[in-house]
Design a protein around this ligand. Structure first.
Ligand code: DC
Length: 232
């Protein structure tokens, strides 16, 4: 038998910062939803896609081939990245706009398929888990980076709905675009992301599936918040 007085029942558990993991395909609206959920709760926010974009940009600037796995992984491990308010910095350069360029997105998708690069970014992503909590946006937040997250959401929408959203964004920015090309693009990218060998895009078994095809951003934010509260 143990001696001494038992712990009082009201003793709070050690503070492990909660994580809300939000995964899903591109243009599903998850970035906007994740940011708003973080703001509503006063939580930290991790845009993990930005780390892959920064890695690609860093490699491109250094003249490193994007399929040179060892060198790109070293750059990923050393990434001089800073996030400040809404701005993203690579060393002393503001790259907020640059990392959103199509070419950098394509490069990000290439480097994200390299296991050594994913491994190099693992600890950096985990380090965002700080009090009072974290909303993490990505493809493998609930499956690989934060498998013990108390709340996981897999946010998706039909390829047509996502293509239409992307189409509107491009037109608003004064670009030309073809809706049918964008739908084909989304479908090809979905197939590639879901079938890649390392960290394929797939919902965690315990994720809430949220299909936003017929849902606006506000409703999606409310659904994520309700899910999180139900898990407390
Ligand atoms: O979400 P995004 O478009 O910024 O992501 C950029 C690329 O990085 C995209 O090809 C998917 C990939 N990515 C990933 O493989 N794992 C993550 N956790 C986040 C993004």
């Amino acid at each position: 038998m143990m001696s001494g007085s038992p712990l009082p029942a009201s003793r709070p558990p050690l503070a492990v910062p909660p994580v809300i993991a939000i995964d899903g395909p591109s243009a599903s609206g998850k970035g906007t939803v994740a940011e708003r959920v973080a703001r509503a709760l006063g939580f930290h926010f991790l845009d993990s896609g930005a780390l892959y974009r920064l890695t690609a940009l860093f490699a491109m600037k250094a003249g490193v081939a994007l399929d040179d796995e060892a060198t790109v992984a070293r750059l990923a491990a050393e990434l001089p990245a800073r996030f400040h308010n809404a701005a993203v910095w690579l060393a002393d350069e503001n790259v907020t706009g640059a990392i959103r360029a199509e070419a950098v997105g394509a490069g990000a998708s290439q480097v994200a398929a390299l296991p050594a690069v994913r491994a190099a970014l693992f600890d950096r992503q985990r380090a965002y888990r700080q009090l009072p909590g974290l909303v993490a946006d990505g493809r493998d937040m609930g499956t690989v980076i934060f498998p013990d997250a108390p709340a996981k959401v897999f946010l998706t929408a039909s390829a047509e709905a996502r293509a239409e959203r992307r189409y509107k964004q491009l037109i608003e920015k004064g670009n030309s675009a073809s809706l049918s090309d964008l739908v084909a693009d989304m479908q090809a990218r979905d197939a590639r992301d879901a079938s890649r060998a390392v960290a394929p895009l797939t919902p965690a078994p315990d994720a809430l599936l949220l299909d936003t095809t017929h849902m606006d951003i506000d409703s999606a934010v409310q659904a994520v918040l309700a899910h999180y509260r139900s898990r407390l």
